[in-house]
Design a binder for this molecule. Structure first.
Ligand code: SF4
Length: 417
């Protein structure tokens, strides 16, 4: 039985910010305009009932719930208390981890009292120093949100909440970014590649240089940050690096939707109760995530009838020919599905960050190897990697490995029929 153990509840379909790179509002899809502004308590109850059925059938003992938006804090603290109580009481045999992902602008002490009493964790989005954060993360009147977010973060720290989420921005010097997180005493952060695909390249990529073999702006930035971070004896936890190091050393980390070979058991519940694939795929084209499934009428597992969910769930197996031949396929997994999209051939591509990933992985692997004693190296059986060698390997493809049906399915999402 296929298990869904992670849910993103889109409890608000609108946001008090208007971030320029946001997949919800400013990339390929405007269907959020048809959604109710907030998820009703009836829909929370319907979700909890459907999950109770699914958890019994699939034998689920642990699940993650992320309250997401839009901006989830546009609702009120009482709403959150109700949601957590309803879900826990309806699904008593599952242990839950609750998180709210917020832009941080509306945080105040009342929120923290609820987060603590209901064991809700917190992730705040911050994109670096004021100058850079305010370029993208703006209110609807164009005013930057940095001051408000930092105020929220400082209050979060006082209350024992520490996690930051940052969208990568190679235009921001890595050193300035690191100085900022040290200044704010950030203890834990994660990094995200910006949404985008072959026909909508993200900021930080020069379209004219995108095809150059040596052009890897995201890797260059990440390598600089990795070096600064590694040398800092009092460094914060950067999950992005820690996960990659663990995977490179053959640890137990099996990946996530961006890396590795793991299946992606994340489902989005929309404000109207629709059961959908992860919503950052909306950057691909208008309506790609939409279907007719809803917690008021369908079972959670009905999502497996949705073609796009099937590709997403198995996205590290259903990859293009190039990825199947790639020396770092086991770690990269072809990258996040949404970053593989092109209007002309759907998802039959490596991620737009392919070269960056190859350069970054080779750098980190070689860097680790240089620091390890010889006997540990022998035990690990890990060899140094060369960017140039790997790029060469990708050109020397032999016998076709891709399954024809998988290829057809990946291509079937193309838009210029
Ligand atoms: S590095 Fe590139 S070719 Fe290799 S698996 Fe990742 S996306 Fe595919």
């Amino acid at each position: 039985m296929i298990k869904i153990t992670s849910f993103v509840l889109k409890i608000a379909s609108r946001c008090n910010l208007n971030c320029s790179y946001c997949y919800m509002y400013n990339l390929g899809d405007k269907t959020y305009l048809n959604q109710p502004k907030f998820m009703s308590i009836e829909t929370i109850k319907a979700f909890a009932n459907q999950f109770e059925l699914h958890s019994n059938i699939a034998g689920i003992k642990y699940a993650q719930i992320v309250f997401h938006g839009g901006e989830p804090l546009l609702l009120n603290p009482e709403y959150f208390k109700n949601c957590v109580t309803i879900i826990k009481e309806t699904v008593p045999n599952v242990e839950f981890s609750f998180t709210v992902q917020t832009n941080g602008v509306l945080l105040n002490q009342e929120w923290f009292d609820v987060f603590k009493s209901h064991e809700i964790r917190l992730g705040i989005s911050l994109d670096g120093p004021k100058k850079y954060h305010d370029e993208y993360r703006v209110f609807h009147n164009g005013k930057g949100s940095y001051e408000d977010v930092v105020k929220g973060f400082k209050l979060a720290k006082k209350n024992g909440f520490v996690a930051i989420l940052m969208v990568l921005n190679p235009e921001l010097p890595a050193k300035d970014f690191y100085d900022e997180i040290k200044k704010l005493e950030v203890e834990s952060l994660n990094l995200l590649f910006p949404d985008g695909h072959y026909d909508q390249l993200p900021f930080g990529i020069d379209k004219l240089r995108f095809g150059d073999e040596d052009y890897t702006p995201y890797a260059d930035w990440l390598i600089e940050l990795f070096q600064i971070w590694k040398k800092d004896i009092d460094r914060p936890a950067i999950r992005f690096f820690e996960d990659l190091v663990e995977m490179l050393l053959g640890g137990n980390h099996s990946g996530n939707q961006n890396f590795g070979k793991k299946q992606n058991g994340v489902v989005v519940i929309e404000t109207n109760g629709n059961i959908e694939v992860v919503d950052s795929l909306r950057a691909s084209f208008e309506g790609i995530t939409r279907n007719n499934l809803n917690v008021h009428t369908n079972k959670i597992q009905d999502i497996f009838e949705d073609d796009i969910f099937d590709i997403y769930y198995n996205s590290h197996e259903k990859v293009c020919e190039k990825c199947l031949n790639c020396p770092v396929y086991d770690i990269c997994g072809g990258g996040f599905l949404g970053n593989r999209y092109a209007l002309k051939n759907g998802f039959d591509n490596p991620t737009i960050y392919c070269k960056d990933i190859i350069r970054l992985l080779s750098h980190i692997q070689n860097d680790i190897l240089e620091t390890l004693p010889a006997n540990t190296l022998d035990e690990l059986e890990v060899e140094p990697l060369s960017y140039e060698w790997m790029m060469g390997e990708l050109k020397n493809q032999g016998e076709e490995l891709i399954n024809k049906q998988v290829k057809e399915k990946l291509i079937s999402f193309k838009q210029n029929h």
